[in-house]
Design a protein around this ligand. Structure first.
Ligand code: SF4
Length: 451
């Protein structure tokens, strides 16, 4: 169990030397208890005390890694209940199932389809993170055949899902360096699954009641304690199948107990299998579990209209609220612009850029887009925060040497900041044209108004 600040203080050197940056050992102990410092910051703590303090200084939710080489997935390691308190660090991994009942051709088709699933959104390339091979056939032979084909055709991190420890062990022999997740140990097979996880030094998922109906958190708690007792350190918790309301309740309780009570048996990331035949409910369940608080979601669907909203949700949740997503401030070209082409100006907030640029592309009109450094703020926010001022725009124009790029001296500003036009003309010496307020007005503007 977690130690209190006073308990921790008793184990520190009590010299108040300040080397850790805190004025006293007691202040440092309080910081440690609140997870606002790490033990390594005290260089004088004894080995004996260090061991005793390890429990208290361990992160409240373990960081678990799968995969190998360039294909590593990390989950867990979170420190807050709500994203706005700080940030979420390791985004929910998305896995797609492959059943070992598929015939050879269908299996290869599914692997290829998963490999090809990728999306480009606000400048980020997003692909499916993991493959979950499911022993639906209950045949070890079929499972291993399917695994051979996956290993040949994909480098994605794997989840090996079978209740049979012998099948799991045989599967692990085939992929010793791939660090898959074993899914899952239950009360009936814990010792064998744990032995396999320890032998291969890989993470182990735990299902409290072996996927029987109505699993309880008490069962999962007991199993987690037993697994830790067997020396398993890399655990992924599987609360099991329930309705959305009950699952959300489980996930919230696990997260609250791990973060607020530092309850070690629940200090691990969670895996959720989404088992809905209705695609809308699949999206709803997935998005709910991404927001609260799954480390991995496993889907059967490979349909893009199901995956895109889920991935979009994940992208929105797993950005640092204190660091806006930005694009590089510079001059962007659309089509093959020449000396007569228009120059529009905007800010480097990623969402702004990726809203404006498709509209310029859609216009079919060759053009330039000058992106200023607004510290990742959108146009109106940047203007209000004085990060998108006439001086900043003029300075960017100068640094980009626009005069040597076009033969005219006209620049188009967003309609929402028409108020900048007079001052910008004064400081830049260019004619300032006021463009549309909405990006959707750009094609019409370039076609009918730009001269
Ligand atoms: S560095 Fe260690 S001994 Fe020195 S004040 Fe900090 S906690 Fe105390």
């Amino acid at each position: 169990m977690a130690l209190s600040g006073l308990d921790i203080y008793k184990l520190l050197p009590k010299t108040n030397c300040k080397k850790c940056g805190s004025p006293t050992c007691l202040a440092f102990a309080m910081k440690l208890a609140m997870k606002k410092a790490v033990l390594d910051e005290c260089p004088d703590v004894s080995a004996e005390s260090k061991k005793a303090l390890e429990e208290s200084s361990r992160p409240p939710i373990a960081l678990i890694k799968f995969g190998s080489g360039d294909n590593i997935v990390e989950i867990g390691g979170e420190t807050v209940l709500f994203r706005h308190e700080k940030t979420f660090y390791h985004q929910t991994a998305i896995a797609i199932t492959i059943d070992d009942t598929l015939g050879d051709a269908a299996l290869l088709d599914r692997i290829n389809a998963i490999e090809k699933l990728s999306f480009e959104r606000v400048g980020q390339h997003i692909a499916i993170d993991m493959i979950a091979l499911v022993n639906k056939s209950s045949s070890g032979e079929k499972f291993l055949d399917a695994l051979d084909k996956i290993l040949l055709n994909s480098k994605k991190p794997l989840i090996l899902a079978s209740p049979d420890p012998k099948t799991i062990e045989a599967g692990l022999k085939k992929c010793p360096g791939r660090r898959p997740l074993i899914y899952a140990a239950d009360p009936g097979n814990l010792s064998q699954m744990s032995a396999a996880a320890k032998a291969y030094k890989i993470p182990l998922a735990l299902v409290g009641n072996g996927l029987k109906p109505f699993p309880t958190l008490e069962e999962l708690d007991k199993l987690s304690q037993e697994a830790s007792g067997l020396g398993i350190e890399e655990i992924v918790l599987a609360p099991g199948p329930k309705n959305l309301h009950e699952s959300l309740n489980d996930l919230t309780q696990i997260r609250r107990l791990s973060l607020k009570r530092n309850y070690r048996p629940f200090g691990f990331p969670v895996i959720m299998f989404i088992k809905n035949t209705d695609k809308y409910q699949t999206v709803i369940d997935s998005c709910t579990f991404i927001a609260k608080y799954a480390g991995i979601i496993v889907l059967d669907s490979i349909e893009e209209d199901v995956l895109l909203p889920i991935i979009t949700m994940r992208q929105n949740i797993y950005t640092d609220p204190q660091k806006p997503v930005t694009v590089e401030p510079k001059l962007y070209k659309f089509g093959s612009p020449d000396q007569t082409s228009p120059i529009m100006v905007t800010t480097n907030f990623s969402l702004t850029f990726y809203t404006v640029s498709p509209e310029i592309e859609a216009s079919g009109h060759p053009a330039y887009l000058l992106v200023t450094d607004s510290e990742g703020m959108s146009v109106l926010t940047a203007w209000a925060a004085e990060k998108f001022t006439p001086e900043i725009i003029a300075d960017t124009m100068k640094k980009t040497e626009l005069e040597s790029i076009v033969s005219h001296k006209k620049i188009i500003i967003p309609g929402y900041v028409a108020v900048l036009s007079g001052k910008l003309e004064d400081v830049s010496g260019w004619q300032v044209l006021v463009g549309p307020k909405e990006a959707s007005g750009i094609p019409k503007y370039l076609k009918e108004i730009w001269k």
